[in-house]
Design a protein around this ligand. Structure first.
Ligand SMILES: [Zn+2]
Length: 183
């Protein structure tokens, strides 16, 4: 999945942890594995979305799609910056691709690119989920499948926004009101 999808998932988990009222350290300790696991669970849905395995530098649609997703990720990272730790956890497995890029620059590989994803997919939970997802159609090469990820991101962003809205229930409360730096 694209970075914006993982960032939105991290922001949702961070806001859920915030709403739980649990001490931050406890919430992070319990929620961190979930945030990391959310990455491979979302990645397994990528077969339903536009996700070519290799860059298509001569394809205008691919170029526009990548530009939009990069801009969306930058906007999301800024918008949900208070959930930076959670977003980082949700993106950790993509260190695989950082390692691959460094390797392509001639630097020694810290691990085999893909190992992080594979290790997480092998765990109970993600493993069973991945088995189910293997039965889905593979639309990764279809331009139109970009609409699937756009719809999913819309749902996740709406959820993150809703979790950032606080309601005032005390005397004189004015009902729903957004917390200033959140969305
Ligand atoms: Zn990934």
């Amino acid at each position: 999945m694209q970075a914006i999808t993982h960032l939105a998932a991290g922001a949702i988990l961070g806001r859920l942890a915030d709403r739980s009222g649990a001490p931050r350290t406890l919430a992070l300790g319990l929620g961190a594995p979930l945030a990391v696991a959310s990455h491979v669970i979302l990645d397994d849905l990528a077969r339903l979305t536009y996700h070519p395995s290799d860059p298509r530098w001569d394809d205008a649609f691919w170029l526009v799609f990548m530009a939009v997703t990069v801009l969306a990720a930058l906007a999301g990272a800024w918008w949900w910056r208070r959930e930076a730790v959670w977003m980082g956890l949700a993106l950790i497995p993509d260190l695989d691709w950082v390692v691959r890029a460094l390797g392509q620059c001639g630097l020694p590989l810290a691990w085999r690119p893909g190992d992080l994803h594979d290790a997480l997919r092998g765990l109970p939970g993600p493993r069973e989920w991945g088995g189910l997802m293997d039965r889905l159609p593979d639309w990764r090469g279809l331009d139109a499948a970009s609409a699937v990820e756009a719809a999913l991101v819309s749902v996740l962003v709406t959820l993150a926004w809703a979790l950032g809205v606080r309601t005032s229930t005390g005397p004189g409360g004015t009902g729903p009101s957004p917390r200033a730096p959140r969305a």
